[in-house]
Design a protein around this ligand. Sequence first.
Ligand SMILES: *Cc1c(COP(=O)(O)O)cnc(C)c1O
Length: 207
Amino acid sequence: MAGRIPDDIGLLAVSKTFATERVREAAEAGQSAFGENYVQEGLAKIAALEGLGLEWHFIGPLQSNKTRPVAEHFTWVHGIERLKIAQRLSEARGTTQPPLQVCIQVNVSGEASKSGVSPDSTAELARAVATLPNLQLRGLMAIPEPTEDMALARRRFAMLRELRDALNKEGLALDTLSMGMSLDLEAAILEGATIVRVGTAIFGERA
Ligand SMILES: *Cc1c(COP(=O)(O)O)cnc(C)c1O
């Protein structure tokens, strides 16, 4: 698709709300990276499937009182939108594990969305997060407003790519664009997604 080899694009299987056994089946079929939105649910699956060598990504909103278990048990956190959360994750991660891999969530949809840092504030937050010792800032993440309008979806994703490229020109080394879900995958891939986060299209509709 889009003239890009599939190896460039990581598939994150979003298993939130689906039973641990569904994750096990997907793992047996060769999927290794899974995304969870809720801390308790994610921790239960991580414990149940320990030993399968799976990589767990926390992709939901994160409150400051839940940073410790996330820092200890997940490999990635996609939705950093405040420095305080990043600082707490870095402290809780400690030095006995490899750095926690993180993305900053950017609001690319203006008033149509409430989550994510504004594009104007992204550089400042990125520079601060990049200095935290036990985190590795990998890139940017976005959840644009749902739309059937392919051109609009592409503009939202292009904005995230342009922001990432501008930060790299300033000296950061961001290799990740976490963007695209079941309904806007194609637009995201066309605009350079490196991780697509796909739930429904893999596991079916959530209850
Ligand atoms: C639920 C969720 C997804 C997956 O959404 P689908 O529409 O089921 O593919 C991706 N990213 C985030 C942040 C989510 O919360």
